[in-house]
Design a protein around this ligand. Structure first.
Ligand code: ADP
Length: 313
């Protein structure tokens, strides 16, 4: 069956997950963009509409276009049609929950379906990561991997890309607050130390190992213990108003733990049930209501499958 149009849900993702800086990520179920991708008679890529964000329409500047271009240049035989994209952004760019990754992942997934699926989801990760190069300068996969594969993922190697899919803690919910402040990417990078004390590195890799073990064993207590970041959070959290209070009170309200999502400013927490995740959301809301900062608050299950097809024809 030959399809000409696909509508997708392109999910938001949490990267780093406390101790797993630049390697761990997970996918959200109810936070994400929608995209429509259509075949066109004219070859090439055209971004026809973008709603919900002011982003470049030039395909070579928009991560969605760049990701599809990376895929097309890998194909032995280019298709005899082009692609037209409509992107409806719900994930604000620069929020720290993988806005560009959602577009890059959705774009390659959709174009791949319309071409009769020459690649599997794992193979699509490297193309989506190339799209990320347009957003941040390097082909990072810590958001695009969970966006395409769902669940929890580990970037075992960035070059060549090797992704491991990890199981989730059953019934896990995330509560995420996106305070609408702008943190310049350059500042969130410059604030990080160039060197790491060996004692901190030891704690960090012990926690990454424990986190992976907890996911495999479905051990929420160990998962909670391992959600610690001794290297990045102490520096970047200074850029996020009320971070320490949000994390502390969320844990008091029952959350297993939390941290900075991606490079921030979003803060994530995990909870064992929806009820606890909502209680955590109320607690966080009260803290941010005391500030003048506008914010979005999300409660979401973990998305086990990644990008989803909403309709195809
Ligand atoms: P975060 O991961 O913090 O949510 P991103 O990594 O998505 O933020 O970075 C957003 C950057 O990527 C912005 O500079 C934005 O202009 C650029 N960008 C290019 N194309 C897109 C797109 N389709 N969606 C979102 N951001 C895009």
């Amino acid at each position: 069956m030959k399809f000409t149009e696909i509508k997708l849900f392109a999910p938001a993702t949490i990267a780093n997950i406390a101790c797993g800086f630049d390697v761990m990520g997970c996918c959200l179920e109810s936070v994400g963009d929608t995209m429509v991708i259509r075949k066109t008679d004219d070859k090439g890529i055209r971004i026809k509409a973008i709603t919900g964000g002011s982003l470049p329409f030039e395909p070579e500047k928009n991560v969605a276009g760049v990701a599809i271009m990376a895929m097309l240049s890998d194909l032995k035989r280019e298709p005899d049609f082009g692609f037209e994209l409509e992107i409806n952004k719900k994930i604000k760019p620069g929020s720290g929950i993988g806005s560009s990754a959602a577009s890059a992942a959705g774009a390659v997934f959709g174009a791949n379906e319309l071409m009769g699926r020459p690649y599997n989801r794992h193979e699509l990760v490297k193309f989506a990561a190339e799209g990320e190069r347009a957003a941040c300068g390097s082909p990072i996969a810590d958001n695009v991997a969970p966006a395409l594969l769902g669940g929890f993922t580990l970037v075992q190697s960035a070059d060549p890309i090797k992704i491991l899919e990890l199981p989730s803690i059953s019934g896990l919910y995330a509560t995420v607050i996106h305070p609408q402040i702008e943190i310049k990417t350059s500042l969130s990078r410059d604030i990080l130390p160039q060197q790491v004390a060996l004692k901190d590195a030891v704690k960090q890799w012990a926690n990454v190992g424990a986190l992976v073990h907890a996911l495999h064993e479905n051990d929420s207590a160990l998962f909670a213990e391992s959600l610690q970041d001794h290297i990045v959070e102490p520096h970047r959290s200074k850029l996020i108003p009320r971070f320490d209070e949000v994390k502390k009170k969320a844990i008091e309200a029952g959350a297993l733990g939390g941290g900075i999502s991606g490079s921030g400013p979003s803060i994530f927490t995990f909870s064992k049930t929806l009820q606890i995740a909502e209680k955590v959301a109320n607690t966080i809301e009260k803290i941010y209501d005391e500030t003048t900062i506008p914010f979005h608050l999300y409660v979401s299950r973990i998305n086990e499958t990644g990008v989803k097809i909403l309709s195809i024809k």
